[in-house]
Design a protein around this ligand. Structure first.
Ligand SMILES: [Zn+2]
Length: 200
């Protein structure tokens, strides 16, 4: 079962909106119209960030704490989805996709899965597929205008953001929700989807 934790506050911006980007979460100040949002931008946050709860902290509290430090609207980890930022706030998560997209991240790393964890293949979709499914269904319900699933790699020179298994899982789940992919799309320093991602 997937727990959806909704900590959004309407209109609330991340901590920081102007100036140096380093270590801060940025967003545009103006709210957008739901009709301006037509895509879901999928990310993978690397396995270097521990999901292990700190002292006197639950797994859920740790998830919210981690999500708050990041610009993604939707935070996905095994068993938990955090809805972090108001979808009408355009956070800086996806370069050229920022203004038109909701940012969804599959967040590593999962100590409970450490024995099964291969750091070279750090995008094991099967560990969080239920959460991704629940998260994308929620986005589709709230924003039925989203018809496209894109990856951050299409907007920035980050070919593993996300990796193949996350991209494939998002494409498959999105397909069932009426969202298509645009594998040839690229903008800025991004790249179209590699050929192997497109094979069934
Ligand atoms: Zn990203």
């Amino acid at each position: 079962m997937v727990q959806i934790i909704d900590v959004r506050v309407p209109g609330r911006l991340p901590t920081y909106t102007t100036g140096s980007k380093k270590g801060k979460v940025r967003a545009y100040r103006g709210r957008r119209d739901p009709g301006d949002i037509d895509r879901l931008c999928v990310h993978h946050l690397g396995p270097h960030l521990s999901a292990e709860p700190r002292a006197r902290q639950t797994y859920e509290e740790r998830a919210v704490q981690r999500a708050r430090a990041q610009p993604y609207h939707v935070w996905v980890q095994p068993g938990i989805v955090v809805l972090m930022w108001d979808f009408l706030v355009a956070t800086w998560h996806g370069n050229g996709a920022n203004r038109r997209s909701v940012g969804l991240v599959v967040a590593g790393r999962f100590p409970a899965l450490a024995d099964r964890y291969d750091l070279k293949v750090h995008d094991r979709a099967e560990d969080y597929i239920e959460s991704l499914d629940a998260a994308m269904a929620r986005v589709a319900t709230e924003l039925p205008g989203i018809k496209l699933v894109v990856t951050h790699s299409q907007y920035s020179a980050k070919p593993a953001d996300p990796g193949e298994s996350i991209a494939r899982a998002a494409a498959r789940i999105g397909g069932a929700l009426g969202m298509r992919t645009a594998p040839d799309l690229s903008a800025g320093t991004g790249s179209p989807w590699p050929a192997q991602w497109r094979r069934p």
